[in-house]
Ligand binder design. Structure first.
Ligand code: NAP
Length: 263
């Protein structure tokens, strides 16, 4: 157990935690002593298996279904975490989607709305609910004993925010650019209330997200362009996320940390 998990167990909610970067983060968080809420939207089996795996290893975890783009479902998600794990101390806004590679002049409004609803609005809604619970100014007043102790939020951005992703998904890149601005603004808004807000900007990471954009071999195809000459692993991103949440990063807020192999 770390210092984070001493008196009252630290509670971490990770959106889209059933697979990929989210699952690696959930596993590492459990090893570091967090009780973990693993949110998913479609893949109940992988999320439930992960929660079972963490529990079997002596940790505490629950799997909770919710579409982060749906406000009512986000409210239910946070109410479930309140009821089953107690006061939230850490949020990782990890749920994210890409779409099939195409140019901007071929993008439908339905695609654009989904891209921004899941990647941006979902992150805002979850951060809003987390801040209400964590804020030293209002948390205890709003939610009762144990709340209002401060906390940490890490948003998943992407190197795409810098690169623009031309010909693939400029919409995704723009959504992640919004996450960078959101991170800096929210961090400054809540810093005096005991909440640190940072983002991690992964580069090419080996997960299923590339196949969901119709480019299953994307990491292998682009690896030579990475200064470190390879794609990254979900575990390498998880290490950065957990560092930003930890007391070791106590003077770090409003920061966007590249985990890109130098790209
Ligand atoms: P992934 O393997 O495709 O997993 C995405 C996760 O998000 C899944 O758990 C999925 O849940 C969840 N999700 C999708 N839509 C959701 C919604 N509306 N509500 C709740 N959960 C939802 O992706 P990943 O590669 O691990 O990416 C994680 C984050 O890192 C994303 O924000 C992504 O943009 C970012 N990122 C990834 C890379 C990369 O190269 N992999 C690079 C830069 C940034 P289900 O399992 O239920 O579908």
């Amino acid at each position: 157990m770390t210092e984070q998990a001493t008196a009252r167990q630290a509670v971490l909610l990770i959106t889209g935690g059933g697979r990929g970067i989210g699952a690696a983060t959930a596993r590492l968080a459990a090893q570091r002593g967090y009780a973990v809420a693993v949110n998913y939207t479609h893949n109940a089996v992988t999320a439930e298996q992960l929660a079972t795996e963490i529990t079997a290893s002596g940790g505490k975890a629950i799997a909770v279904q919710a579409d982060v783009a749906d406000e009512a479902q986000v409210l239910c998600l946070f109410a479930t975490v309140d009821a089953q794990l107690g006061p939230l101390t850490a949020l990782v806004n990890n749920a994210g989607v890409v779409d099939m590679a195409c140019r901007v002049d071929a993008m439908s409004v339905a695609r654009l709305r989904r891209m921004f609803d899941v990647n941006v609005v979902g992150s805002f809604l979850c951060a809003r609910e987390a801040v209400k619970r964590m804020s030293k100014a209002t948390g205890a007043i709003n939610f009762g004993v144990g709340y209002g102790q401060g906390g940490g939020i890490v948003n998943l951005s992407s190197a795409a925010a810098r690169l623009g992703s031309p010909g693939q998904y400029v919409d995704y890149a723009a959504a992640k650019g919004a996450i960078d601005s959101f991170t800096v603004g929210l961090a400054k808004e809540v810093a005096a209330e005991g909440i640190r807000v940072n983002a991690v900007r992964p580069g090419l990471i080996e997960t299923d997200i590339h196949a969901s954009g119709g480019l299953p071999h994307r990491v292998a195809e682009l690896a030579a362009m990475v200064p470190l000459q390879r794609g990254g692993s979900a575990e390498e991103v998880a290490q950065a996320i957990l560092w930003l949440l930890s007391a070791d990063a106590s003077y770090t807020t409003a920061t966007v940390l590249d985990v890109t192999g130098g790209r």
